[in-house]
Write a protein that binds this ligand. Sequence first.
Ligand code: PEP
Ligand code: MN
Length: 340
Amino acid sequence: MIIVMQVGATQVQVDGVVGYLRDQGVEPIVLPGQDNTAIGVPASLDAGQRISFEALIATLPGVSKVTQTSHPYKLASREWHRENHFVDVKGVRIGEGFVVMAGPCSVESHKQMRAAAEVVKQAGATILRGGAFKPRTSPYAFQGLAEEGLQILRQVGDEFGLVTISEVMSPEMVELVAGHVDILQIGARSMQNFPLLIEAGKSGKPVFLKRGPSATIDEFLLAAEYVLSQNNPDVILCERGVMPLDRTYVRNTLDLSAIPILQEHSHLPVIVDPSHGTGVARYVLPMALAALVAGASGVMIEMHPNPKEALSDGSQALTPEVFTDLMQELNRVRAALAAS
Ligand code: PEP
Ligand code: MN
């Protein structure tokens, strides 16, 4: 339930409503807004109780109206958190401006990560990616370097002053991964691994949550809700493409409409991954630009020093040259948007 206070309601009136709710045994959440304050009530009341409760609250001084939340998620909802949320990772503010996260699909060696980080840094990106635990369709495919991969990512990230992000696939591994990287990535296949979401939430690290390949917007935001419900406000949403109608031309269909939809219904930053979103290196640039223009807070790009030799996702990895071009194109479009 959301109680919307009148424009100009006094602090005494807000405190009065809060005090009344507490007397009723519910713990309200005060949601300050630009024009007026709203008060969220997380308690689940049965329909009968709710109607009489609502009617009473509506008569309290300073109350404008009482409404029901219209979504199954609460903490992930803009109704509960009206201002945009920024996730601050070592001074990189995700949700403000436009961030680029880039690097290879998998950490393969120290030499490979160093080469990748050099390009990422030089091109002006701030976050270095690299998977150490890889969710592979086949058990015979390269599974990642595990802890050694995390150590490499951390060393290289520190050397170049880049924020690091890597995937965690199971609840038992959260502590290990969180001990090495700045941001925990939860992959598309794990979006509904609820024990993992809870454990990642408890870690207190920012959580980069990828949308499942067939997840609806509500399912995606409910997955975010699991993390938020662990008192961890730092969730970053990532649209990375959904199941395509056919796989003749693309690996996934990048759902760019998810950007404004998520932004309308949630306060959490939205990042787009056009690499997994298309699966084809030459489609990454146009889709990254489209994400920028559509209002995303950043992109995650797979780039490999030598894509032909990549141990995973080589066909969607950009070469260092194309990645550098992409960064320049993004800057050009950003400047044009700022000037318009
Ligand atoms: C990845 O980022 O390398 C990855 C496996 O992504 P997704 O979970 O979106 O498939
Ligand atoms: Mn990948």
